[in-house]
Write a protein that binds this ligand. Structure first.
Ligand SMILES: C[S@@+](CC[C@H](N)C(=O)[O-])C[C@H]1O[C@@H](n2cnc3c(N)ncnc32)[C@H](O)[C@@H]1O
Length: 286
């Protein structure tokens, strides 16, 4: 079975989920959940909103952009922060990617932490499938981060939440005492050149402070806070991928970007200097 049920609880009654047979998970109350043919499972509570997270097009744009290495410094900062601060007692870490998208960052962590046990979760079934493609031994669950999570108490040594919705109280519940939570949020300078062209939505300032306050109230102590601020020179396809993979993709077609004024730089036509500016925040569960 591709699912490690020791991570999971029932989304209806919160009892532990166990495997009933090769293709079904269940709890003692009698709730049952079928595995998909891809080896993932959907654990949504009753009356979950019908929103389905990122579309296949957005995920493909994200995969293309991440493959090009533009966000590699973010992945490195996550890895280094976790490696320096995660105190394990011998065994390989249990890592949760909260809104995994394509699984880029959790893939990097699993390469860094030998034998890591991964839980990949997202509201988008396509995202969970894509993320598991790169991490075939991981447990993949479709869930809604806004609701009580179908994840057991204190099971995570390390969780990551990158450019994604947050549920501070639930993140605290699933993280063991002394475990880590890494959060990446954009600053108001992030992708400013693309935003000023009107192709993307604005980012309010003070996100890192707001997240730190919320997570502190929920039971996390700040450990480190690193601002990454660099300029990436991107071609048109990469700019289109950046627009296509973000929330603005719900409002703007990537092809619209071609019509938007862009501050081209350097000798190569179609190259745009774009600011990448994010805060990488690391917290420890009290
Ligand atoms: C901006 S993407 C970030 C993905 C990934 N962390 C990364 O940085 O590559 C946001 C992700 O959150 C997921 N998402 C949006 N709403 C969600 C929800 N309510 N519950 C779980 N995932 C959600 C989307 O499907 C998408 O994969």
């Amino acid at each position: 079975m591709s699912i490690d049920s020791t991570w999971l609880r029932c989304p209806n009654c919160f009892q532990p989920l166990e495997s009933v047979d090769e293709r079904v998970l269940g709890c003692d109350t009698g709730h049952r959940f079928d595995l998909t043919k891809h080896g993932t499972v959907t654990l949504l509570p009753p009356r979950a909103p019908s929103l389905t997270g990122d579309s296949r097009e957005m995920l493909e744009a994200r995969a293309e952009l991440l493959q090009s290495g533009v966000y590699e410094p973010i992945a490195r900062a996550l890895e280094d922060g976790a490696a320096a601060n995660l105190h394990l007692e011998g065994s390989a870490p249990r890592i949760v990617d909260l809104a995994c998208g394509t699984g880029y960052y959790s893939g990097r962590l699993s390469a860094r932490f030998d034998g890591a046990n991964l839980l990949l979760v997202d509201r988008s079934p396509t995202a969970v499938r894509m993320a598991r493609r790169g991490n075939p031994h991981a447990t993949g669950v479709v869930l809604d981060l806004w609701r009580p999570l179908p994840i057991r108490d204190a099971v995570a040594d390390l969780s990551i939440n990158v450019f994604a919705p947050r549920n501070p109280d639930e993140f605290a519940r699933i993280t063991r005492e002394g475990g880590l939570l890494a959060v990446v949020v954009p600053t108001d300078r992030h992708l400013a050149e693309l935003r000023s062209s009107g192709a993307m939505l604005d980012i309010p300032s003070g996100k890192a402070e707001q997240v730190t306050t919320q997570l502190s109230s929920a039971g996390f102590d700040p450990v480190t806070s690193t601002t990454l601020d660099y300029v990436a020179e991107l071609d048109e396809a990469q700019c289109a991928a950046l627009v296509g993979m973000g929330p603005a993709a719900h409002h703007v077609r990537p092809s619209d970007l071609a019509a938007a004024p862009s501050p081209g730089v350097g000798p190569g036509a179609g190259i745009t200097a774009v600011t990448v500016s994010v805060d990488v925040l690391l917290f420890r569960r009290r």
